[in-house]
Design a protein around this ligand. Sequence first.
Ligand code: PMP
Length: 308
Amino acid sequence: MKYEVAHRRIWFKGEILDVNDAKINILAPTSQFGLNVFEGIPCYWNDEEKQLYAFRLDDHYDRLLRSVKLIQLDCKYTKNDMVKAFTDVIKANEYDENLSVRQTLFVDGFGSWGSDGPVDMFVAPIPKGKTSAEYNKKGLNVCVTSWSRISDKNLSPRIKCGANYINSRVGQREALRNGYDTCIFLNEFGKVAEGPGSCFFIVKNGTVITPQLTDSVLESITRDTIIKIAKDKGYPVIERTIDRTELYTCEEAFLCGSAMEITPVLSIDKYIIGDGSIGKITKELHLTYLDIARGKLKQYESWVTPIY
Ligand code: PMP
């Protein structure tokens, strides 16, 4: 049976129930301190095959388990438990559209920010509609935020935990206040890091360039995907530190992430990128990404998992 979004089924502490019935106590450390780790897992509907494909599922769970280890949560769920909860809840909703699935391990109970448990889990699919097939992305006008990206010396951006997103929030809110769509963070050394919920690439002299994983960025699965696709297409790809001024003179720029896919950047701090329209390489990489995520390219089939 299909459910309204407001009554969608979520997996919560071992049960599948109406999202409105999933309740935690207000004093739980996840609620008070953002003490949770999570993934946003994209699934793409393939209408010809009537199949839903989850994208790079294994890599998402590997990253989730690295986050668990880094903030030392006592997690009772195995990778298999996580995959089962994920698949069960999608099937329970009978989804036949694209999804972003939020899978979160959170610290429940009455402890403080120092407690390691009890850890529990929810899996909440966010339906996204069927039709992101065509290239319909709008480009964004972005700024460099005055806030620095969190660093490995304090709150590592490598950990995908709820609390890290307050750093994202202040940058994003500043961008919106100043009339931009979103922002790019510089790291503690003043070098380019990433967006508030995405990694970042530029194209310069035909080379696809992205900051290194040690430049204060999340170990993004989309970033890794783009590096591989771009290399397979014969573009030179370099992971290296990027200076702020390189942002203003590059030919193309884009943000990337499971939710944003590949989102072109049209201007940075009001400097026009390229000719101010969506870049050729940006578009090509995005279209290929969508074909891969829908299970249409045999070469990359190990990246997709059929749900039905
Ligand atoms: N950086 C940040 C801060 C993010 O929140 C995200 C989204 N998860 C990304 C990068 C992109 O990561 P991924 O490609 O794994 O979604």
